[in-house]
Ligand binder design. Sequence first.
Ligand code: CO
Length: 467
Amino acid sequence: MKKGRARFELDEKTLRQIDDMVVAEQHFLAERARLAERQGNDPEPIRRISSRRHFMAAAAAGLVGAGVLPKIVHAAVPSGAVDRRVPADPSKVPGTPTFDDGGYGSRSQFETEARWRFPTPTRESSWTMTPLQDSMGIITPSGLHYERHHSGIATIDPAKHVLYVHGMVERPKKYSMADIKRMPSISRTHMMECSGNGLTEWTKPTLKTVQATHGLTSTSEWTGVPMALIMKEVGVMPGAKWVLAEGDDGAVMTRSLPIEKMHEDAFLAYGQNGEALRPEQGYPLRINTPGWEGNTSIKWVRRLEFSDVPFETREETSKYTDLMPNGKARQFTFVMEAKSVITFPSGEMKLPGPGFYEITGLAWSGRGKITRVEVSANGGQTWSEAQLQGPVLPICHTRFRLPWYWDGRPAILQSRCVDETGYVQPTIKQLTDVRGTNGPIASIYHLNGIQSWAVAANGSVSNVHHF
Ligand code: CO
């Protein structure tokens, strides 16, 4: 599988799907640019009319023609923001009354970061990606945490939610949310990554932004109860080797998980970033399997069944396996290996001109702490060690930074990380040399190769393959 292997050909259907993805990303970028432009260019106070109903109400009140509303802008306020009048001089008028938000805050109406939904055929089986290009520090706001749903977002009343634990256990048990919250709790700050992160990028650079190429990873502080505690309480039998975790969503998502991981560090989470889980993150209860493919952190978890063998569910046979060159598929490939990506500058950005920039990005490993990140500005010919921003936590996004003087000539920016096991992030070629390019888009899952961003002489940054 070295040189001279046959060039991988994508079939017509896959090519059309990829075209759809590219078009959808272009629409998303255009919409964001439109929103930003409008906000940046309005010197006048703006009353945004975000729905037809509001517009009608305003018109009926005679406000529109009377010039009380200086401009009618048919633009939606960014998700998660509240539409407020912007005074010409905020120091000359009282601000928004305290508690105007009803006691739960929202973000500024000038901030436009949003998750991007991948253009899957349905919105029930779909995913959204975190805007890594705008990320600061290491924590992902809960409202921007990536999502992957297989049959929509379940709506569950926590007062009625129950977790059944049974199978090869001495004392089968039914837990209410109140039972679980009474148990000793832990909080852990961990990254999570969908094993399909980057699936479009195996054979050629496809999508344009770091959000679309890498946005299926996020970091939250998760709070809950160690799985080991639950296992102790129910008395798992000696012969039990696996546990089936089952979700209460429309897909009844199920995965078989090895019992060693449950003993080691898996937990049942009900908290995220200091509050209850968001519904799209599995409210009221999910599993967290630190460092393993996101799919194994079953959301809306309602049942744990202990067994001596795996259950061979759909999501571990026809999906979430890695097709190898010999036509066989690797199963139960759980760990997300070390990976890094430069978030600034990244695809679709434009550097205003030569001079100093701070290159920054994120690195993470499902096996522990990141120990080193190196950055290259010449396509991997030479590397400089980046500074890691503390705290550097195990199985967590780690922010890296490196000052860079751009001389105005074309450059290829890359980052590569090393984790505490000594594992070095590979190039995409090193990966495909071993794993081949079988499957609809190569092996789909577990692409952790080095990302390359090309900086052109005019400062524009684009996604390229360079290895
Ligand atoms: Co896997």
